[in-house]
Design a binder for this molecule. Structure first.
Ligand SMILES: Cc1ncc(COP(=O)(O)O)c(C=O)c1O
Length: 365
């Protein structure tokens, strides 16, 4: 029998979670400190602690987090920032909006930046490496940190997809100088609207971020540097505090789903390999040469999938002219083969079995 399975289901159906979220909103409505209220500070403290960092700054998106993080390091015109070509376009946009130039280094088979290729891309203009923990799996941070140290470069983690992920006990967001998260509703650790956060151990960077987050002002009065308004809403911070209490359970479920898929599909197509990483499976991204046919086959049988992301960043219309022909063979191949299949925590065993059976039917056709 044909089923209908959504890629994500953002509705809040768990009655106790809904109650807790509504109570959190109610508390904010009653105290009325809607901008930078006490829940923002509580949220920041819990994010910093979770990431093994001293300071966190709540902002209104992962895009803002990246933009303000790069600004806080003084990255600007004439600077180069090394990053991956395979990410949501916010990664490249924020580098460009700072006036700097993204330098794209090819990825490995794990879809993350290939650290061995970073050396060749370093020039006198390079200021930072911006790795993206794609799909919720950590990049090889030991290697990236070694390279950065040898060349005196900043590391800015784009951990938008990886809150909660870790490697040998070190959390995503704990590795770089200043690190960024998105907490939009699609993310594993999610708000109920736009939200993000930045973490750092450096007091000067922290103070700069607080100023950059609110029009470049000090004490909300005098503007020291032109900036935007990137404050997180108190209501989102309050809901994020609730959603944090459900995070471990959610990650556990996503990991169970990942094992279920890997055990049943691993023989037919390439499934994610967590290696030594505590992978949080922001997406469950399979790799197959028959990606477009499989996507259509699943669609016809009621299964919604996504391609994250279908266009490499240097190939977006905004950047095509600037980068022309790229030499990123692995990324150029894999971007045609990646497919994210449903992996949200509300999926039932019956739905998971249907997804697996449908994929097997496709392979056996
Ligand atoms: C890798 C990556 N970087 C940056 C962002 C931007 O985050 P936001 O959508 O919260 O602005 C996202 C979110 O989609 C992302 O996946």
């Amino acid at each position: 029998m044909k089923m209908k399975i959504a890629y994500r289901d953002l509705s809040v159906t768990d009655p106790s979670m809904r109650r807790a979220l509504l109570d959190a909103v109610d508390t904010v409505l009653l105290h009325g400190r809607l901008l930078l209220g006490p829940e923002v500070e509580a949220f920041e403290k819990s994010v910093a602690a979770h990431c093994q960092k001293k300071y966190a700054v709540g902002v209104n998106s992962g895009t803002d987090a990246l933009f303000l993080a790069l600004k806080s390091l003084g990255i600007g015109p004439g600077d180069e920032v090394i990053t991956t070509p395979l990410s949501w376009i916010a990664t490249a946009n924020t580098i460009v909006l700072c006036g700097a130039t993204p330098v794209f280094v090819d990825i490995g088979e794990d879809l993350n930046i290939n650290p061995e290729l970073i050396f060749q891309a370093i020039t006198k203009k390079t200021k930072a490496i911006l790795p993206v923990h794609f799909t919720g799996k950590l990049c090889n941070m030991d290697r990236i940190l070694d390279i950065a140290q040898a060349h005196n470069l900043y590391v800015v983690e784009d951990a938008a997809q990886a809150f909660g992920a870790s490697h040998r006990g070190r959390m995503a967001g704990s590795f770089g100088h200043v690190n960024c998260f998105s907490m939009n509703p699609m993310k594993v650790y999610c708000a109920y609207g736009e939200a993000g956060a930045i973490v750092t151990d450096d007091l000067h960077i922290y103070d700069t971020l607080l100023s950059l987050r609110y029009a470049g002002t000090i004490n909300k009065e005098d503007c020291h540097r032109p900036s935007l308004n990137g404050r997180i809403d108190t209501v989102q911070a309050a809901m994020l505090l609730v959603s944090l209490t459900y995070l471990d359970e959610k990650i556990k479920r996503l990991q169970e789903i990942a094992s279920f898929y890997a055990n049943r599909l691993g023989g037919f197509l390439t499934c994610p390999d967590p290696g030594e990483c505590f992978h949080v499976y922001y997406s469950y991204t399979i790799i197959t040469e028959q990606r477009d046919d499989l996507k259509a086959y699943l669609h016809d049988r009621g299964i919604e999938t996504k391609i994250q992301h279908p266009i490499l960043m240097p190939h977006h219309t905004a950047y095509k002219k600037m980068y022309g022909q790229t030499n990123l063979p692995v990324a150029e191949r894999l971007v045609e083969q990646i497919l994210c299949i449903p992996n949200h925590e509300k999926l039932t065993q019956t739905e998971l079995a249907y997804i697996v059976k449908t994929i097997k039917d496709f392979v056996d056709r």
